[in-house]
Write a protein of this length. Structure first.
Length: 133
């Protein structure tokens, strides 16, 4: 299964010379509009603006717990770094993916960076693994 998102999350780099750390956190999403199903998110497909340098940090929250990010994968990583530098410098935007192994019923994705950045979630790949009654 997959869920498409269309919002672009964008932050500027500075304010009168002062570096700003910008973040955006998506609203809670069940991915399939069903509160009772348990899903495993396997991958985020992202469109990223080629800033030439830097990175954005991704953290994931689940099941309406907005204070504790979850482990993202089987290696125990709590965050993932998304490069803002495309392999082809002539491209303004590029597609990348982040592999995950997060199980829950509701999900929220947080992007954080101190450089100017723009990230768009193109697709969230997941599978339904059960129901929570």
């Amino acid at each position: 299964n997959s869920s498409a998102a269309s919002d672009v999350y964008k932050r500027q780099a500075d304010d009168d010379g002062e570096t700003l750390t910008g973040y955006y956190r998506t609203p809670w999403d069940t991915l399939d509009d069903k509160e009772e199903t348990i899903k495993v998110v396997h991958r985020l497909i992202l469109e990223v603006e080629n800033a030439g340098a830097g990175s954005v940090t991704l953290t994931v929250y689940k099941d309406l717990d907005d204070t504790n990010p979850v482990v993202l994968d089987e290696d125990g990583n709590m965050s993932a770094s998304i490069s803002l530098d495309a392999d082809d410098p002539s491209k303004n935007y590029f597609i990348t993916s982040v592999n995950l192994a997060v199980q829950g019923s509701h999900f929220s994705f947080k992007f954080l960076g101190s450089a100017a950045w723009s990230v768009k979630i193109l697709r969230i790949e997941y599978e339904v693994v059960g129901e929570d009654w």
